[in-house]
Ligand binder design. Structure first.
Ligand SMILES: [Fe+2]
Length: 181
């Protein structure tokens, strides 16, 4: 079932290293599907933002941010943040560099002082995939984009509106895969 979630058409393929980690660590199919849709949104978002961010880092982060849910599967279907540090440690233990593992621990705390533009984009992808809009987060992203503040905010808002329009399709895709097995 995991490989079905990872191979299903309609969403961008995960970075090979992220895929290998999910397979090696035995990710539940639902987690694989979730990471597919968030990564796909991150592909769109980074394409819009352009090369001013570390695109491979954002895409790897989007593809692995919830990997700690392998150790905390109850957080696949319920609330909880134990997966964040657990995922960070898990990635480090697999030899992933801190600069790429960090997204597992930062995606839940985007208002922290040391948050990077890349962190903000992974968090944004993890919200807008399901149509969730967070004005404060979006204002932070717009500020990092630079340019005229109001115009930038409106342009980002347009892009996020376009992405959010696909939320139902993503939610249905993710829900089709079981949380275990
Ligand atoms: Fe997520």
């Amino acid at each position: 079932m995991l490989s079905a979630a990872l191979d299903a058409p309609g969403f961008a393929p995960l970075p090979p290293r992220a895929r290998t980690l999910l397979e090696t660590l035995g990710a539940p199919p639902r987690l694989g599907a979730h990471l597919r849709v968030v990564h796909d949104v991150a592909v769109t978002l980074t394409g819009w933002v352009g090369p001013r961010v570390d695109v491979p880092a954002v895409l790897f982060g989007a593809a692995t941010h919830d990997i700690g849910k392998i150790l905390h599967p109850e957080e696949l279907s319920g609330p909880g943040s134990a997966h964040e540090l657990a995922g960070y440690s898990l990635l480090l233990s697999q030899g992933v560099d801190e600069s790429l593992a960090r997204f597992a621990r930062t995606h839940g705390s985007w208002d922290a002082a040391d948050v990077t533009f890349e962190d903000l984009l992974v968090t944004l992808a993890d919200k807008v995939w399901k149509g969730k809009r967070l004005p404060e987060l979006e204002q932070r992203v717009a500020a990092r984009l630079g340019g005229a503040p109001w115009e930038t905010f409106l342009a980002l808002d347009d892009e996020l509106e376009r992405i959010a329009a696909g939320a139902d399709e993503r939610l249905a895709f993710q829900a089709a895969y079981p949380t275990s097995g």
